[in-house]
Design a protein around this ligand. Sequence first.
Ligand code: HEM
Length: 422
Amino acid sequence: MTQLDERDATDSTAEAISAASRGSAEYRADPYPVYACLRESAPVCHLSPPHGVDTYLITRYDDAKAALTDPRISKDMYAAMDAYHTIFGDSSVALDDNMLFSDPPKHTRLRRIVNSAFSPRRIESLRPRIQQITDELLGKCVTTEPVDLLASFAFPLPLIVICELVGVPENEREDVQKWCAVVARTGFSKADKDKLAVAEGALRDYFAELIARKRENASDDLLGALIRTQDEQGAMTDGELLSTLWVLLFAGHKTTAYLIGNAVFNLLTHRDQLEKVLADPDLLPNAIEEVIRFEGSVENATFRHALEDIPMRDTVIPKGCLVQVAVSSANRDPEKFESPDTFDVERKGLQSAHLGFGSGPHYCLGAPLARMEMRIALTTLFEKFPRVDLVAPAREAEWLKVPFPAFRGLERLPVALDPTQL
Ligand code: HEM
């Protein structure tokens, strides 16, 4: 490298770190060039995000996988309460007393209580109902004008499924979705935090009231089963029960909804790949894994923090700092995936390799459900509307702009279900 090349490389690394720290608009619209630069020149880098808590961002596959399973990198929010408060405030603390924000043995205890409800066998039994909901939603979509597939299909499908599974009555779901949307979109400004506190307060009050109602009148849904387990075995505190309900509802619909959108968008913008799937439907499960690798809906794993100084690459993550694992960067690491920026529905060995559902103890509990919903949604959509197409050029797609990069998804997905009818 010449001196000039070295200076350019240093400048672009500094720009990439700054973009990731600030959550710049360009980075939110297309984070992959920033991640490529960081993987190359600053794979474990210090960020100074607007929330003010020192954060280390991990972008390479091997490091990401190791970090997700490293017991020195904790998920216990009570052990990092100051940082957690600073970033999210009281209202989040009250909702997050669940498996996702705890370490073993608490994590093991809380996960075990709901594990069997998400086993592949139990999920398989939901297939007919998921198909029925899918048929109904697509049956209601108009074909004579463009529709936003996110609002009319991708969001309602997983929301109805998880609400039915857990036991949220139909006429109460709209409020839950509205409050969840506020939580998913929160930035770090004072106004954002105030809105977050109101939405989270409403969710907490609603869940407490729903639990009380179901305790009064036993139900045979998952919440009814959790209440019985709590009453009979004392397996969870009241706060843990409420927070478990929250994590299931929130994680159980946002992620899948955005992934349905990302899948449809990428298949419609890579026509050759869509043709392959339509010609050989057995390719669909692999195509879904490739969407999760190429444009998964979870961009960064949830917050972790270092319990001690942790040497990684040529840096040390200091004790107490936050650790952010960019799974969507790891999934584009050329050291792990050949031609990682190519969307290839026939790519081999994906399911056990990509980190789109996380890795280690916090590996996604709902992965079997998400996979089934994705398969039914995509199969039915392309069978019913084989000519479906985007109504605007792909470059005009609007990606979520929230500065905190938790989700990767579209704001809306306007499509013509049958362009011949427009
Ligand atoms: C395509 C859809 C989905 C994606 C991409 C996804 C992704 C993830 C990821 C990356 C994690 C690990 C987070 C971390 O380690 O910080 C996770 C955990 C989790 N997911 Fe999912 N998820 C999806 C669907 C679902 C569904 C449908 C449910 C249903 C309830 C669910 C429930 C959970 C729960 C409860 C955890 C926490 C597990 C634990 O802490 O042990 N997810 N998910």
